[in-house]
Design a protein around this ligand. Structure first.
Ligand code: AQP
Length: 332
């Protein structure tokens, strides 16, 4: 059986990058795989989160998943902290993974920046928790943006080392599912940085909660360069903002980047940006309406998460029992 585990951190507003790079792909996968989609709140607290905001963001991310079209009956949708097995297995993996492996993780270096000594220990061992998320359910496939490829490699290394150390054939080899257009959406203010929830500039991203005016304004003000639009992807070198906006158009219209270049190449950014804003509003509008409706129904969202957590715990427990036997822990 093919099983998927994937997650989003409730670290702020869901943005267009999360939608195009994750949620939209999940919706396409849900009919072909047995899926667990998780709001990874344990990951979120590796950097400081205001408790009230964490709860609000957890509901908002869940509403985004549901509004994007994920079915809470056929999929398991839950928040990570409700299933204690994630933290339990992560501890075992902290003891399997090697310090040298984690030292090589580029995302830790980026996120900790110059204040490495002040970063939380949780941020450093974040990839071990991610490995636990996936392997607790023996997921076979993980849809990831290309920024997460290195963490997935680490998951495979941990699974292999566990199998070798304990001389078992217990964890499967996890395969990444990497998607095409829209895999990596960049900041609207700097085409070399990825669009991110935690970017201090709200103008750098299109939030899933932004209204029509905000979307149009952010696209109109998006950074560009003084040249006409590229006529082919071969002209993208040194033009990261043009590449990003044209890539966004391709992802939203579900066409190829070549087609977008063919249609707009040689033209003005102003015309193109107007069309891009209309397209973004048309594509996001129905999802945003549903998110607004769900915001008024927090009890329903909590019920989805509670039900998902119960089903996730049932699925995880036999695996956790077996792992404890393998490691040599006594249990009732
Ligand atoms: N800019 C992006 N383009 C494409 N995909 C993206 N994803 C995130 N940003 C982009 C994908 O969204 C999923 C959930 O991401 P996450 O919440 O686990 O964390 P992240 O990748 O660290 O996302 P953010 O928005 O940048 O959050 P912060 O600012 O908190 O670090 C993943 O599948 C991710 O690839």
């Amino acid at each position: 059986m093919k099983r998927i585990f994937s997650g989003v951190q409730p670290t702020g507003n869901l943005h267009l990058g999360n939608y195009l790079g994750a949620l939209r792909n999940w919706v396409r996968l849900q009919d072909d795989y047995d899926c667990l989609f998780c709001v990874v709140d344990l990951h979120a607290i590796t950097t400081w989160q205001e408790p009230g905001e964490l709860a609000t963001n957890t509901r908002e991310v869940t509403a985004g998943m549901l509004a994007a079209g994920l079915d809470p009956k056929s999929n398991i949708i839950f928040n990570q902290s409700q299933v204690s097995g994630h933290a339990e297995l992560a501890w075992i993996f902290n003891c399997v993974a090697r310090l040298g492996w984690l030292n090589r993780m580029t995302q830790f270096k980026e996120k900790a920046g110059k204040s490495r000594e002040n970063a939380s220990v949780g941020l450093f061992v974040y990839p071990d928790l991610m490995a636990a998320d996936i392997l607790l359910y023996k997921a076979t496939h993980v849809p990831v943006g290309d920024d997460q490829k290195q963490h997935l490699e680490l998951t495979r290394d941990i699974a292999n080392k566990f199998n070798n150390d304990f001389k078992v054939d217990f964890f499967p080899t996890v395969e990444p599912l990497i998607f095409g257009a829209g895999t990596r959406i960049m900041s609207l203010r700097d085409g070399t940085k990825k669009m991110s929830k935690s970017d201090p500039s709200d103008n750098s991203r299109i939030n899933m909660t932004d209204g029509t005016d905000a979307i149009a304004r952010k696209i109109r003000r998006a950074k560009t360069d003084p040249h006409p639009l590229p006529a082919s992807p071969a002209e993208f070198d040194d033009r990261p903002e043009a590449a990003n906006l044209m890539g966004l158009f391709a992802a939203l219209s579900e066409t190829s980047i070549e087609e977008v270049c063919g249609r707009y190449g040689g033209g003005l950014f102003s015309t193109f940006k107007g069309d891009l804003a209309d397209l973004a509003v048309a594509r996001l509008g129905p999802i945003q309406d549903e998110m607004r409706r769900l915001k008024e129904a927090p009890d329903y969202v909590d019920q989805v998460l509670g039900d998902g957590a119960r089903r996730a715990r049932e699925l995880a427990q036999p695996t956790l029992d077996e792992i404890q036997d393998i490691v040599g822990f006594l249990r009732p």
